[in-house]
Design a protein around this ligand. Structure first.
Ligand SMILES: Cc1cc2nc3c(=O)[nH]c(=O)nc-3n(C[C@H](O)[C@H](O)[C@H](O)COP(=O)(O)OP(=O)(O)OC[C@H]3O[C@@H](n4cnc5c(N)ncnc54)[C@H](O)[C@@H]3O)c2cc1C
Length: 379
């Protein structure tokens, strides 16, 4: 097959790798807009379950991804200045740039042709391809150009986000809730390398307005956030990588493919950074499309129908969980009076999929602390 992939993020590269590894006869080409060493964001995070998908299908890539990675078993919720530990939440973290470098290396080893500095907005250029994969991210130009066929639904969420890094290390994936005169400012932070943590800041629209963040320069916004989280950063600076405020768009598409063009990864559907599942979702898409190619060799329409049938239920489920999580962060006002343990408990059970028995199984210490509070003083 001749396969042209637009977008060299985790979705496009992983699919390219799997196809070329499976059959050296495939002509697999990836067209990436940016330079080879350009990337945005800091670390990426995978749950245990998410990484198991990669290990099962590509143990050699798993070995590269996990060499030198940071793993930690706890999370922490900081509310009212008090830290509550949430046990048994194993997360693997790595720098996004390291993940992409590992994918580039493995792709080249199996003969994928990588074209950098190669922006592609028009699928007509790939008329001789059997399959065109639009893996060009959340703002997919291919999806926009063919919007009448894919029928995307773009839901821009109200909260503002800015993606910083820091040299302060947060080994436990930590959610920090700080209140000041402007309102509530949230940090989602985790260590992803020996010397850096990702530090994503989230602000609701009212707080954003009162703080004047929309009128500040990038450096002023960064300084504001450093002030809010001074106690947590302990003298470490926040680091910017073109870290502008943005509102996250939840992407859905009514149709996943048109003719021989298929959407993959963020172009197809986004999760939300608060559940850290974007890279996982993207790589699971790659696995599903690869498996569909195995299951329906020789027929692109059959491959694409198989891909939707195989992938849509799991993808929808994870996206629903991401939307629920997003809404929890957007509606925290009535919960801020909760004591730190009840607040952390509310966080753990926010998706509706974790009941008290499950909290007890995963984290007996939290279940005990919560039960004591529910029983009231003197219990
Ligand atoms: C600002 C920001 C920061 C993020 N940081 C993190 C993070 O730190 N950790 C994390 O887990 N997730 C992060 N995410 C989410 C994560 O990037 C995605 O969920 C995940 O990377 C999806 O993979 P993908 O391959 O589908 O898309 P992407 O990773 O977005 O890759 C798409 C690729 O397509 C390329 N491209 C776009 N248009 C064209 C074109 N016309 N022609 C050719 N190439 C094109 C882009 O340059 C990009 O390399 C971030 C998202 C945003 C918006």
């Amino acid at each position: 097959m001749k396969i042209s992939i637009i977008g060299g993020g985790p979705a496009g590269l992983f699919y390219a790798y799997l196809m070329a590894r499976e059959n050296a006869g495939h002509d697999v080409q990836v067209y990436e807009r940016d330079a080879e060493d350009a990337t945005y964001g800091w670390g990426v995070v995978f749950s245990d379950v998410a990484l198991a998908f990669v290990r099962d299908i590509a143990p050699e890539l798993y070995a590269s991804m996990t060499a030198g990675q940071v793993v930690h078993d706890d999370m922490a919720v900081v509310h009212g200045g008090t830290r509550v530990r949430l046990a048994n939440n194993t997360f693997h973290r790595m720098a996004r740039i390291d993940l992409l470098a590992a994918l580039h290396r493995h792709c080249r080893q199996v003969g994928v042709k990588l074209h950098f500095n190669s922006r592609q907005d028009d699928p007509a250029r790939f008329a001789d391809s059997d399959l065109i994969v639009a893996a060009d991210g959340a703002n997919s130009a291919i999806r926009s150009r063919l919007a009448e066929h894919f029928q995307p639904e773009l839901d821009e969420r109200p909260n503002y986000l800015a993606w910083y890094g820091t040299t302060q290390l947060f080994p436990a994936l930590s959610l920090i809730f700080r209140q000041n005169d402007d309102g509530l400012v949230i940090a989602h932070t985790y260590q992803y390398s020996a010397d850096h943590s990702t530090f994503l800041v989230e602000v609701d629209p009212a707080t954003f307005e009162r703080a004047g963040l929309g009128r500040m320069s990038e450096a002023e916004s960064l300084a504001y956030c450093e002030g809010v989280f001074a106690e947590d950063l302990q003298g470490h600076r926040l680091l910017s990588n073109n870290s502008q405020w943005f509102r996250y768009t939840i992407v859905k598409n009514r149709h996943w493919h048109w003719r021989n063009i298929v959407l993959l990864g963020d172009a197809l559907r986004t999760g939300h950074p608060s559940v850290g599942s974007g890279t996982r979702l993207a790589m699971q898409d790659s696995i599903a499309l690869y498996e569909s190619c195995q299951a329906q060799p020789g027929s692109v329409p059959a491959i694409l129908a198989d891909f939707v049938a195989r992938r849509q239920p799991g993808s929808d489920r994870l996206q629903q969980a991401a939307i629920k999580s997003t809404e929890w962060y957007e509606n925290l006002g009535p919960k801020l009076h909760l004591d730190p343990v009840s607040f952390a408990y509310d966080y753990v059970t926010r998706s509706g999929r974790v009941d008290h028995a499950e909290v007890r199984r995963r984290d007996p210490e939290l279940a005990d602390a919560y039960e004591r509070l529910q029983a009231g003083p003197g219990a």
